[in-house]
Ligand binder design. Structure first.
Ligand SMILES: Nc1nc2c(c(=O)[nH]1)N[C@H]1C(S)=C(S)[C@@H](COP(=O)(O)OP(=O)(O)OC[C@H]3O[C@@H](n4cnc5c(=O)[nH]c(N)nc54)[C@H](O)[C@@H]3O)O[C@H]1N2
Ligand SMILES: Nc1nc2c(c(=O)[nH]1)N[C@H]1C(S)=C(S)[C@@H](COP(=O)(O)OP(=O)(O)OC[C@H]3O[C@@H](n4cnc5c(=O)[nH]c(N)nc54)[C@H](O)[C@@H]3O)O[C@H]1N2
Ligand code: SF4
Ligand SMILES: [Mo]
Length: 730
C-alpha cells in the first residue's frame, strides 16, 4: 500500500485532492507542531483532476488542528447553569432516545429539529434524513447551507427544473470572459482562482469582470471591477441585459428553441436603461457598457458567484437574473460557458444530493411532491404518508420555534450557530430557552457548547471514511487515516445507533459507511444527480468521479450538464425569471447611515474551531478588523487601528479600524470569524438581521444598516484571547 492516503480537503467547496502521510513516515523536520508533537503531513494530490496538486494555506496546515482541544467523551447536564458530567455512550443514547420519545408523544414529531452542516460527509447527511424525515416523520432537518447555498439551489430549480451547477473546472481554462459576481474567489476559493488567473495571465484576450463593493484581491486581478453599491446586483444584471437587447447581441435561436417566458423578462429589462442603472449601482456608464460589451462579444462567458449573491433578501432573484443572461446569449451547455455557483463548504453539494435541507428529500427530490415522497417511503420501507408533505423548519425557524416553545428538542451537529447565525443576541436568548439541546462537534469548547445539555464527541475529517462532492459535482472518497480520539464517533454511526434504539433496527443495520453510501445512491437512480454507478470501491479504483454517473452509463456524462440543451423542466425548456430589483432589506438611513457587509479572510475558516488553533494562520490574521474608506474615516476622525464601536438596530460590537480604499465609501466590512471565545465583543452577527429571500429563505447576511462611533481607548494589539484561558477543556 502507498504511504499516502488520498482524501479531499475538508474546508472549502473547491474540494482539492489531498494526500496524507503518517508522522512516522514523513520528514521529521517539518513534521512537528509547536509543542514538538508529531503531526500528519499533507500535500496536494497531483492526480486529483479538480486541483491538480495545488493547495492553499488552509489545506496545507489542516493537520495541525486535528489534536487540539478535542471533545473526547459524551457529556451531559440537566440545565445550562450546571457543569457537564461525563457519561458513557450508552447513557447518552438512552437519554437522547428517551427524550425524543417524550417529545414525540407530548408535542409531536414536529417539535424535533436537527441543524446539520455542509461539513458532514454524505453518509452522515443521508442517515440524518432517514432518521428525521423518514422514521420520525419530521422534515425539520436544516443545514448551515441555508445560510450559504440555498439561493443557488432555488435559482437552479426554478430556471432549470433541478438543482446542480452545470459547469466544471476545465471551463476555467476554456472561457473567454469570466464574470465573477459577489465572490471573493482569490481568498475563498483560492485554487479555482489560481487556475483562472493563470489562464487569464497567459491569454490577454480573455476578460475578467469582478462585481463586488469591495476591491478584494479578486477584483485586483480583474480587467474591469464594478464596485456596485451593496444590493444592486439585479439592477446591474438587468442593465447588462438591456444593452445586449439594444445592441442585438442576443441568441434568438436559443431563446426560441430552448427557453420560455422571455417576453415577461424583456418587458422588465426595458426599464433598466444605462442612465438609471449607473446611478443606482454607483458606477459609470462607461464601465457598465464595457461589461455589457465583454458579455456580448464573448463567445464563451463563464459566470461565477457565491455569497455576495446568495446571502440576500432577493437571493433567488439574483441567481435567476445571472442565469437569464446566459439564456439570453445561449451561453450554457458548452465548454467554457455557463452559470457556475461556487459552493461554500466541502460537502454542501453532497448535502443537496442527500436532501439535507428542510424542503428536500434524497436524490434531488422535494418534500412537497407526492410522488417523490412515495418513492422515498417505499424505498425506506415506511408506510405511505409517513413523510410529511410540509417543508420543515429552516435554521432560523428553529430559533423562533425555541422562542415560542414549539421546538422541544434541538440537535445541532457540525455547525456553530452561536457565532454564525444572524442577530446573535436574539439567537443566543432563544438557545438559552431550549428545553433540550444536543450538540455534536469535534472540538470543545466552541461557542455553541455553552447552550447544550448534551455534548456528543464527533470523529472529524481523517477519522472516518466517507464521501464529499465538490463544486464541479466531483465525488471524492475521503479515507480515514487515523483513529478518532478517545470515544469520538462518526456522525453517521451516532444517527444509526439512535435509529436502532428507537425501534428502527432494520433500517439502520449498517456496519460501515460504504454500505450507507451504497444504499443512498440507489435513491439517485434516474434522478438528475444519478450516482448509481458510484461506490466507495469504484472511487478507490477509478478515483474522483463527476455525476451524473449512472450504473449503466459510459462514465463520461458528468463533465457538464445540459450539453443537449434539454433542461429538467416538464417541457425541457429553461425558464427566464422576470425580476425588478428590490434592494436591501435594511437600507442605510440618517440614523444608521452605513452599510455593513460581512465575509471572510483568506486564512481563516468560519468560526475558527480549526484555523484559530493554527499558529501560522493566526499570525496572518491576528485579530478582528473593520474596513472603512479613508473619506469616511476622515469624516468621523477615525485613524487606522483606532477602535470603532459599530451599532445596528439589534446589537453592537467593536473592531480596530483598517482604513483602506479597498472598500467603497458608505460601506464597511467586518470578517465573520471571531466569536466570543476568540475576541471580546467582535461578533459580526451581533449586528446582522435575519430578513430572508422569500423563495430560498436564506438570510441577508451580507448587509445591514449601522452607525459608527469612534472609541477613545488604547489600541489593542492582540485582541484575540489566548485560547483556553477562560474555558478549561473537558
Ligand atoms: N478563506 C476562507 N475560504 C472560505 C470560507 C472561509 O471561511 N474562509 N468559507 C467557505 C464558505 S462556506 C463559503 S459560503 C464561501 C464564501 O465565499 P465568498 O462568497 O467569496 O466570500 P464572502 O467573503 O462571504 O463574500 C464575498 C464577497 O461578497 C461581497 N458582497 C457583499 N455584498 C455584495 C453585494 O450586494 N453584491 C455583490 N456583488 N457582492 C457583495 C463582499 O464584499 C465579499 O467580498 O467561502 C468558502 N471558502
Ligand atoms: N455574518 C455572516 N455570517 C455568516 C456568513 C457570512 O458570510 N456572514 N456565512 C454563513 C455561511 S455561508 C456559512 S457556511 C456559515 C458557517 O458557519 P458554521 O457552520 O457555524 O461554521 P464552522 O466554524 O465551519 O462550524 C463547523 C463546526 O463543525 C465542527 N466539525 C467539523 N467537522 C465535523 C464533523 O465531521 N462532525 C461534527 N459533528 N462536527 C464537525 C467544527 O468543529 C465546527 O465547530 O456561516 C454563516 N454565517
Ligand atoms: S482551495 Fe479550498 S479545498 Fe483547496 S486547499 Fe484551499 S481550502 Fe482546501
Ligand atoms: Mo458557506
Amino acid at each position: 500500500m502507498s504511504e499516502f492516503i488520498k482524501t479531499q480537503c475538508p474546508y472549502c467547496g473547491v474540494g482539492c485532492g489531498l494526500e496524507v502521510s503518517p508522522p512516522a513516515q514523513a520528514n521529521k523536520a517539518t513534521n512537528r507542531d509547536s509543542k514538538g508533537n508529531p503531526i500528519w503531513r499533507v500535500r496536494g494530490d497531483k492526480a486529483h483532476p479538480s486541483s491538480q496538486g495545488m493547495v492553499c494555506v488552509k489545506g496545507a496546515t489542516i493537520a495541525e488542528s486535528l489534536d487540539k482541544n478535542r471533545l473526547h467523551y459524551p457529556m451531559v447536564r440537566d440545565s445550562l447553569d450546571q457543569e457537564f458530567r461525563r457519561v458513557s455512550w450508552d447513557e447518552a443514547f438512552d437519554l437522547i432516545t428517551n427524550r425524543i420519545q417524550t417529545v414525540r408523544f407530548t408535542q409531536g414529531s414536529e417539535a424535533i429539529c436537527m441543524y446539520g452542516s455542509g461539513q458532514f460527509q454524505t453518509e452522515d447527511y443521508y442517515l440524518a434524513q432517514k432518521l428525521m424525515k423518514g422514521c420520525l416523520g419530521s422534515n425539520n432537518f436544516d443545514a448551515n447551507s441555508r445560510l450559504c447555498m440555498s439561493s443557488a439551489v432555488s435559482g437552479y430549480i426554478q430556471s432549470f427544473g433541478a438543482d446542480g451547477p452545470p459547469c466544471c473546472y476545465e471551463d476555467l481554462e476554456l472561457t473567454d470572459c469570466a464574470f465573477l459576481i459577489g465572490t471573493n474567489t482569490a481568498e475563498c476559493h483560492p485554487i479555482v482562482f489560481n487556475r483562472l488567473e493563470k489562464y487569464h495571465r497567459k491569454n490577454r484576450k480573455m476578460k475578467m469582470i469582478v462585481v463586488d463593493p469591495r476591491r478584494t484581491p479578486t477584483a485586483e486581478a480583474a480587467d474591469l471591477h464594478l464596485a456596485i453599491n451593496p444590493g444592486t446586483d439585479i439592477d446591474l444584471l438587468n442593465g447588462i441585459a438591456h444593452l445586449l437587447m439594444r445592441w442585438h447581441m442576443i441568441d434568438v435561436g436559443f431563446i426560441d428553441d430552448c427557453t420560455r417566458d422571455f417576453s415577461a423578462y424583456a418587458e422588465v429589462i426595458r426599464h433598466y436603461s444605462p442612465e438609471v442603472v449607473a446611478r443606482q449601482c454607483g458606477i459609470s456608464m462607461e464601465d457598465l457598457e464595457t461589461a455589457a460589451r465583454y458579455w456580448g462579444e464573448s463567445g464563451l462567458v463563464l459566470s461565477m458567484w457565491s455569497m455576495g449573491v446568495n446571502q440576500s433578501s432577493e437571493g433567488t432573484a439574483k441567481v435567476r437574473t445571472i442565469i437569464n443572461l446566459h439564456l439570453m446569449t445561449g451561453q450554457i451547455g458548452k465548454p467554457g460557458a455557463g452559470p457556475f455557483s461556487l459552493t461554500g463548504q466541502p460537502n454542501a453539494m453532497g448535502g443537496r444530493e442527500a436532501g439535507g435541507l428542510a424542503h428536500l428529500l434524497p436524490g434531488y427530490r422535494l418534500v412537497k411532491n407526492p410522488q417523490h415522497r412515495a418513492e422515498v417511503e417505499q424505498f425506506w420501507g415506511l408506510k405511505p404518508g409517513q413523510i410529511s408533505p410540509h417543508p420543515g423548519l429552516t435554521a432560523w425557524d428553529m430559533i423562533t420555534g425555541l422562542e415560542t416553545g414549539d421546538v422541544g428538542l434541538l440537535w445541532i451537529a457540525a455547525t456553530n450557530p452561536a457565532v454564525s447565525m444572524p442577530d446573535l443576541e436574539r439567537t443566543k436568548k432563544a438557545l438559552l430557552r431550549s428545553p433540550f439541546t444536543i450538540y455534536q462537534d469535534a472540538y470543545y469548547p466552541t461557542e455553541t457548547a455553552a447552550y447544550a445539555h448534551v455534548l456528543l464527541p464527533a470523529a472529524q475529517w481523517g477519522e472516518k471514511t466517507g464521501i464529499m462532492t465538490n463544486s464541479e459535482r466531483r465525488v471524492t472518497l475521503c479515507q480515514a487515516f487515523r483513529q478518532p480520539p478517545r470515544e469520538a464517533k462518526p456522525d453517521w454511526e451516532i444517527f444509526a445507533e439512535v435509529g436502532r434504539r428507537l425501534d428502527f433496527a432494520d433500517k439502520f443495520a449498517f456496519t460501515n459507511s460504504a454500505q450507507v453510501y451504497a444504499e443512498f445512491v440507489q435513491l439517485t437512480r434516474g434522478r438528475p444527480c444519478d450516482m448509481s454507478g458510484i461506490s466507495h470501491e469504484q472511487l478507490q479504483a477509478q478515483g474522483p468521479t463527476q455525476w451524473p454517473h449512472p450504473e449503466m452509463g459510459n462514465g463520461d456524462q458528468g463533465k457538464r450538464l445540459y450539453t443537449d440543451l434539454r433542461f429538467h423542466t416538464p417541457d425541457g425548456r429553461a425558464r427566464f425569471g422576470a425580476y425588478y430589483s428590490k434592494g436591501l432589506a435594511e437600507p442605510p438611513d440618517p440614523e444608521y447611515p452605513f452599510v455593513l457587509t460581512t465575509g471572510r479572510l483568506y486564512g481563516h475558516w468560519h468560526t475558527l474551531t480549526r484555523t484559530g488553533r493554527i499558529e501560522k494562520i493566526r499570525a496572518m490574521h491576528p485579530e478582528p478588523l473593520i474596513e472603512i474608506h479613508p473619506r469616511d474615516a476622515a469624516k468621523l476622525a477615525i485613524e487606522d487601528q483606532q477602535v470603532i464601536e459599530v451599532r445596528s438596530r439589534r446589537g453592537s460590537a467593536k473592531f480596530p479600524a483598517k482604513v483602506t480604499k479597498a472598500i467603497a465609501p458608505g460601506t464597511v466590512f467586518v470578517p465573520m470569524h471571531w466569536g466570543t471565545l476568540w475576541a471580546d465583543n467582535a461578533e459580526a452577527n451581533a449586528l446582522t438581521h435575519p430578513e430572508s429571500c422569500p423563495d430560498s429563505l436564506q438570510p441577508e447576511l451580507k448587509a445591514c444598516a449601522v452607525q459608527l462611533i469612534p472609541v477613545c481607548v488604547e489600541i489593542p494589539t492582540q485582541n484575540y484571547r489566548k485560547f483556553g484561558l477562560k474555558t478549561p477543556s473537558l
